[in-house]
Design a binder for this molecule. Sequence first.
Ligand SMILES: Nc1ncnc2c1ncn2[C@@H]1O[C@H](COP(=O)(O)OP(=O)(O)O)[C@@H](O)[C@H]1O
Ligand SMILES: [Mg+2]
Length: 344
Amino acid sequence: MDLHPLQGCRTLYRWQHGHLEDHLRALLPHWGDKPLTITSQDLNANASFVNYVRHHRLLDPCTGEPFELVEKSIRKLGLIGSQEARFHRIQDMLRGSEHFHYPACLGVIETPWESLIFTEFVRGKPPRMQAIAGQLALGIAELEERSHRYLSNQPWHKAALFWSMDFFRPWFLLRPRFNYARCLPELQRLAASDERFAGLADSFKGFEPLLTRLKSAAWQSPRCISHMDYLRKNLFIDKGQLQLIDWSEVKVGRVGFDGGAYLGSLFRRKDMPAFLTARTQFLEAYQAALPAHFDGVEALRNLDYMFLLTALFHCLRPETISEYQEKQRMPLLRQKYDYLLGLL
Ligand SMILES: Nc1ncnc2c1ncn2[C@@H]1O[C@H](COP(=O)(O)OP(=O)(O)O)[C@@H](O)[C@H]1O
Ligand SMILES: [Mg+2]
């Protein structure tokens, strides 16, 4: 593919839905009118506002070489562009990263109804998430460092864009996933039928003042781009290299948030020994990799904040409780609750 990694990502605006072929010719004008034969296949998309994710294969009409790309269509609400499309506009800041690799972006097409993002197709295996803790720590520290530098040097006229992407905007903060307290009535109901869980809902209420303190400390701390979605299906490993995709959860976050998001999702999916081992590995590598101009104590406090937001919601939501009940794993759920309450 004749793309340089992270070459500048162009955004083109269209008033109507167009044909794939027209979009590709617009993004790659050197193809001119040469004929194209494209084979397409849908990939499994997960996010609710994603219309589709498609893998297209064709031969580059200029070189005759195979050319594979991914098209992701994201629905717009009230003509507002997606976070992910906005991220791709500034993706250049990550050019030359050593620890994470990012598929090149061919360009973005914005219509009033959707953002179409065209990226290079990457191959590799989904990693075992607990096995790559150290590697993720290095990638996250690098992403935070580069994006912090980039955001700190932006002119004021870009401020509105970054303001709208900030984690602390109400349109993000009010999402159920950041409001674990809504799940407590369900825990109270569980306690009525299972005495192992008696009294826990009251104990969990104790997190509210702690989270308020962590939130106001995080708000003031250094900004960076946070990916926030470290799931197996968003990473590919190939010859030891990690490729990171899917910026649908991206935010202007704070240093430490991504580590907390990763550990939070690991805590949700793994048993305690696997989680604790990966946590130690992650924290050691992250603390060693974090550039000295960041305050390490502040970064770890932000990490704890994001970990708690993620872990509390996922472990307390009714779907999780039913899942553990069905699989008869309630003792593990209780262990996870004890771990969380031990952090109070
Ligand atoms: N650039 C890419 N290269 C290879 N596979 C991809 C690429 N982008 C997406 N995919 C595949 O499509 C799936 C869905 O895309 P993703 O961007 O993660 O959408 P969603 O936001 O719905 O999770 C991914 O889990 C991955 O398997
Ligand atoms: Mg995904």
